[in-house]
Ligand binder design. Structure first.
Ligand SMILES: [Zn+2]
Length: 397
C-alpha cells in the first residue's frame, strides 16, 4: 500500500491514517444537520512513491487504493465496459460519444465501488456492521457487498424508494429501516445510529473511502481509453460524491505523473433537485426546501459533498446543466433506443443534458465525450411504466 494522509478539503489540515475516521474534527464542529457536510476528508497519497511503484506495462490499480489488498472483498466490482455509442452520438451530432456502463456492476449501480472499499475498511477495523443512509442504490450496493463479505448492512432508506431497490436489500439479508421522510432525514438517523450503537458508517462523503471507491470509475475510463484523458465526462449529480470521485481519479493520475490534464467534468442535475447546480452558477450555497424528481437516486435537498463537487466542475473547466423530469424520461428512452443501454431515470439525466448541450453548441463535434451511466434501468421500472402502455396480447389460434 502507498502511504497516505487525510487532508481536510476545507481547512487543509492533515491527519494520519487512524487519527480520524470520518470528517475533520475541527471543521465537523461547524456541521449543522440538514446541511452539506463540513470537513470532508480527501486522501493524499505519497505521489512520488506511487509514481515509482506504478508500472504502465503491468498496471496495478490497487496502488491507488488507501488500503492493503488483503482486505478487499472477494467480490468482483467495476471493470464495467466503456464503449462507443455511434448511433446515439449521431443523434446528437457528436462523432466521439462513449458510454461507461456502470449499471453493469453486481448490484446494478456505480455505488458498488464505494461499498466495496468501505467494506474492506470494515474488515481492517474488525467491524461487522456497516450502516448507511441511501435513496436506494448505495443501500443495495452495501447490502450486496456485505452479503459477499459476511457482514451485516443496516440501511436507513426513504420509504418512497423504488421497490426493486428495497427488495435487493432484503434479499441480501440487510436490516432495512424505512424512514417516513427524505434522504436527508435518513442520513441524519444513520449518523445517530453509529454514534449511539457503533458500527462503521458508509454515508456518502462522510466516510472518505466513498470518494476513493467512486474514483475507480475514472481510473478505469483512463485505462480503457488507452491511457488517454477524454475531453469531457458527463456525470449525473445528486449529493456530489460521484462527481468528486471522478475528479479525484484524474487528480491522482496527474499527481502520479500519468497524465497532464483533467477532463472537463460536466454536472447534470434534475431541475427540481439542483442545489449543486445553483451553487456552481452563483457561488452561493443554499439548501433546497424540497426535492421532488423522477430521478430518485439524485434527489437531495442538502447534498453532502456540495463543496467538492463545485470544485470538480470549476477546476476542470466544466459546466453544469439542469433538465426537467419530462426531459429525463425522454433521455432514458433515447439512450435505450439509440444505444441499447437501459439506464434508470437518474442515470439518464446526462442524455437529457446532451440535448441541451447540442442546442447550445457547448461541444465541438469531434470531442471525446463520455456519458457515465450510474445505474441499471431495472432498478426502477415503476417510473417509466407510468408513460408506457404495454402492447395487448394476441390470441393463439
Ligand atoms: Zn478541517
Amino acid at each position: 500500500m502507498i502511504p497516505f494522509v487525510y487532508r481536510c478539503t476545507e481547512c487543509g489540515k492533515e491527519y494520519k491514517r487512524d487519527e480520524v475516521k470520518y470528517l475533520c474534527p475541527d471543521c465537523e464542529n461547524n456541521y449543522v444537520p440538514g446541511n452539506p457536510l463540513r470537513g470532508v476528508l480527501s486522501i493524499e497519497f505519497d505521489y512520488e512513491e506511487l509514481s515509482r511503484a506504478f508500472d504502465k506495462r503491468i498496471p496495478c490499480w490497487d496502488l491507488f487504493l488507501p488500503i492493503e489488498s488483503k482486505y478487499l472483498p472477494n467480490f468482483p466490482v467495476g471493470n464495467t465496459p466503456l464503449h462507443k455509442a455511434g448511433i446515439l452520438g449521431k443523434h446528437f451530432g457528436l462523432q466521439n460519444l462513449w458510454i461507461k456502463n456502470d449499471g453493469l456492476n453486481p448490484s446494478g449501480s456505480l455505488k458498488d465501488r464505494a461499498s466495496y472499499l468501505v467494506v474492506a475498511e470494515a474488515s481492517r477495523l474488525n467491524e461487522t456492521e456497516i450502516v448507511a443512509a441511501s435513496t436506494g442504490n448505495a443501500a443495495s450496493s452495501l447490502s450486496s457487498v456485505c452479503a459477499a463479505a459476511g457482514k451485516k448492512a443496516i440501511i436507513y432508506v426513504p420509504a418512497s424508494a423504488p421497490k426493486a431497490k428495497m427488495l435487493q436489500n432484503i434479499l441480501c439479508g440487510a436490516k432495512v429501516i424505512p424512514v417516513k421522510g427524505t434522504y436527508d432525514d435518513a442520513f441524519k438517523l444513520s449518523l445517530e445510529h453509529t454514534k449511539e450503537k457503533g458500527g462503521l458508517n458508509r454515508n456518502t462523503a462522510y466516510h472518505p473511502f466513498t470518494i476513493e471507491g467512486k474514483k475507480t470509475v475514472g481510473l478505469e475510463i483512463f485505462t480503457q481509453n488507452g491511457f488517454k484523458v477524454p475531453d469531457a465526462i458527463l456525470v449525473p449529480v445528486g449529493d456530489g460524491v460521484i462527481i468528486s470521485g471522478v475528479y479525484k481519479a484524474f487528480y491522482d493520475l496527474m499527481k502520479a505523473g500519468l497524465s497532464d490534464k483533467l477532463p472537463k467534468i460536466i454536472c447534470a442535475q434534475a431541475e427540481n433537485s439542483s442545489a449543486i447546480h445553483a451553487y456552481i452558477e452563483t457561488g452561493e450555497y443554499e439548501n433546497l426546501k424540497s426535492s421532488n424528481t423522477v430521478a430518485d437516486s439524485i434527489s437531495v435537498c442538502a447534498p453532502s459533498n456540495a463543496h467538492m463537487a463545485r470544485k470538480a466542475v470549476l477546476e476542470s473547466n466544466g459546466f453544469s446543466i439542469t433538465v426537467n423530469d419530462a426531459e429525463i424520461m425522454e433521455g432514458q428512452k433515447i439512450l435505450a433506443e439509440k444505444s441499447g443501454v437501459f439506464a434508470e431515470p437518474s442515470a439518464s439525466v446526462t442524455v437529457a443534458a446532451l440535448q441541451k448541450i447540442k442546442e447550445l453548441e457547448l461541444f465541438s463535434p469531434d470531442e471525446q465525450i463520455i456519458l457515465l451511466v450510474t445505474g441499471h434501468g431495472l432498478k426502477d421500472i415503476e417510473t417509466p411504466l407510468k408513460n408506457i402502455t404495454l402492447p395487448e396480447a394476441i390470441e393463439v389460434k
